[in-house]
Design a protein around this ligand. Sequence first.
Ligand code: CA
Ligand code: CA
Length: 453
Amino acid sequence: MKSLHFLAVALFATVASAADWTPELMPPEQGVRAPLAPVQFLLPALPPETLEKLALELDSFDVTAYVSSTDGRHAVFTPPQPIGQGKHELRLVEYLAGGQMLERGRWTLEIRSGEGYREASLKGNLVFNLTRRLAAHNLAAGTPGPNQADGAVSLRGALADGDWKLTGAADLLGNSQHAQLPRRDGPIDLATFLLTAEKGPVVAQVGHHAVGPDSLVMQGFSRRGVSAGVKSADGGAALTAFALNTGNVIGFQEGLGVGDADKRTVGVVASVKPLAGQDLSIWGTWVSGAGQDQTGAGGSGVAGDAARSKGQAAALSGYGAFLDKRLQVRAETARSHFDADGPGTDTNGDGVIDSDLPYRDGSSHLLMLNWSPWDKLEAAGRPAALSFGLERRHVGTWFRSPAAAGAVRDTDLWKGGLHFDWAGVHGDASLARAGDNVDEQPNVARSRSILST
Ligand SMILES: [Ca+2]
Ligand SMILES: [Ca+2]
C-alpha cells in the first residue's frame, strides 16, 4: 500500500513538471496602474482544457468572470469597479483533476491615482451650528448678542510614495464667543493636530500623541510634542525618543509644545518581543520632566500638582500570554527621583520661599496574573467562563513620575478575585488588603484596610 502511494506521488510530480509553465504579467501601459486600467497577462500556448481550469483571484476574490482573451495567449482582466489605491495581491491558479489547486503566478499590484504619488487623499468634515436667542428679557449685562455660531472642522490627509508615507490630522474649532475657545482670542482655534512621517523603519511624529505602551512611569500620557523612532522589519523591536509638553496644551499657542524646559517631559521607550511567535513583550521606559500636569491642580495631592515639580523615573515592564492566552502575566518594576515642588513654594504669600521639599527616591512594583483554567466550560448545558486574578501592587510613598500624574500613589496592595460569566450573567468577587504610608514616614498618618466585594 505504501509503495503504491509513493508511485502515485512520483507520477503526479512527473506530470506536473512536464506541464510546468508560468504566466507573465504585462507592465502597465502608462507607467502607473490606474484604478480602472485593464491588467494584461501573457500565457504560453496552452490546450483549451487547461485554459478552462484557470482562475484569477484579486485579494482572494475570484475575478475570473472579468477575464477575456481573443487568442488564448493574451488575457485581459478588466476591473468591474475601481481597485482601491495601494497594494493588492493578484493570483493565477490552475485547478487540477482531483480538486487540487496549483498556483501558477502571484503578483503584487500597486494601484496609483497618478504619476506623482502612490497614495494621495484629503478629507474634511465640517459641523456648523447657528443659534438665535428669541427671548431677551432680564439678561445680565455683558450677555453675548442674540446670534451665536460655533463649528468644527476635521481635516485628514495622506500622501505616500515608495517606502515613505505622510499622514496629517487636524481639528479646528470656531466660536463666535472667543472665550469658549482654548486660546480665548479670535474666532478660530486649533483643538489637536498630528503629523506622522514614515520612511521604511523610521517613524517621526509631531503633534498630540502618546508614545509606546503604558507603564508605571508613563500612563495615558498623550500630549503635544515631537517623537522619532525606529522599528525592526518584523515589528518585534522598537526604539522611540520623545519630547512632549508635560501639561495638555491645545489651541494655536505654545507651538510644538516643547519650547519651555519648565513644562517639558523627555524620554525614551524601547520594546522587544524576545521570542518569535510568542505573545511576550518586554519594554523599558525612561522619562525626565518638569511642570504641572493638567490633571493636578495645585494642592490636589496628585503627582505633578506643583507647577514647578521635576524629576526622573524609569520602569522595566513585561507582559506575556501563555497556554493559549489562558494565563496572562504583567510584571513591572520602577524607580523615581523626584522633587515635588521644584525650587519651593511661598505658602503664606509674602514673596519669600518658606517650603522647599528635597528630591526623594521612590520605587514601585506591580504583578498581575489572570488565569482562566478551563478553555470550554459548561454548566447546566450553558456556556460558562471562570477566571482568577491576583494583583500585587507596592508603590512607595515618594514614588512619582512626571508622565503618570493619575497613577496610584503610596499603596501596599494585595488583591485576589474571580470573575465568572454564565448564561449572560457576569459576576466579580474580590478580596483586597490595602495600606498606605508604605515607606513608614513617622509624621505621615498610616492606614490599613481589608475590602471585599
Ligand atoms: Ca524642592
Ligand atoms: Ca513665604
